[in-house]
Write a protein that binds this ligand. Structure first.
Ligand SMILES: NC(=O)N[C@H]1NC(=O)NC1=O
Length: 173
């Protein structure tokens, strides 16, 4: 899909196509549509990220809370979004043994109890061993730093999803 096609979309089509660039936050795509026309993919991405950056902390934490746990109950129940399913699958999280799944569930619960939002990581840049390692490491980080790190991961996930939609090379994003 090229940028002319993106710029020609009406509101409904745009939200249908870009509504899950930020996991389960179609409101962001709805707001970004008003900023068209976009000059290119980079410009489109900037508008998504500017919306996130302009939110108060409660809104930024709300975005994080829209993310399903990695290797969590939604994956087991098959209720993940198509994008999240693909990303968790790419990191090998769909084929964990019972022990690994339990350890991740425990770490996810500790993380959520400490920070008040779920652990977020761009799974496509990771494998299952790294997910556990990162989770254990980030559990010990100060809250303000962790919020920044987690939002950086949301942006990485969004960049990859946008690149998929526009068939771009993610390395150039
Ligand atoms: N919790 C979390 O990081 N979930 C996200 N990560 C990712 O790559 N896809 C997701 O849904």
């Amino acid at each position: 899909m090229d940028i002319e096609k993106v710029n020609s979309m009406d509101f409904g089509e745009f939200v249908d196509v870009f509504g899950n660039v930020i996991e389960r936050c179609p409101l962001i795509a709805a707001a970004v549509w008003s900023q068209r026309p976009f000059s290119d993919l980079e410009d489109l991405k900037k508008h998504f990220f500017a919306f996130i950056d302009a939110l108060p902390q409660s809104g930024q934490e709300g975005i994080l809370r829209c993310h399903p746990d990695l290797a969590g109950s939604e994956l087991r129940r098959g209720t993940l979004t198509a994008e999240s399913q693909r990303e968790q699958s790419a990191a090998g999280l769909t084929s964990l043994g019972a022990d690994e799944r339990l350890r991740l569930a425990e770490l996810n619960a500790q993380y959520r109890a400490r920070f008040g939002f779920p652990f977020v990581l761009a799974a496509r840049f990771s494998d299952r061993a790294e997910v556990s390692r990162e989770l254990a490491r980030r559990l010990l980080c100060p809250s303000a730093q962790e919020l920044r790190t987690a939002l950086g991961e949301v942006k990485k996930i969004g960049s990859l999803r946008l690149a998929d939609l526009l068939c771009a090379d993610p390395a150039k994003l």
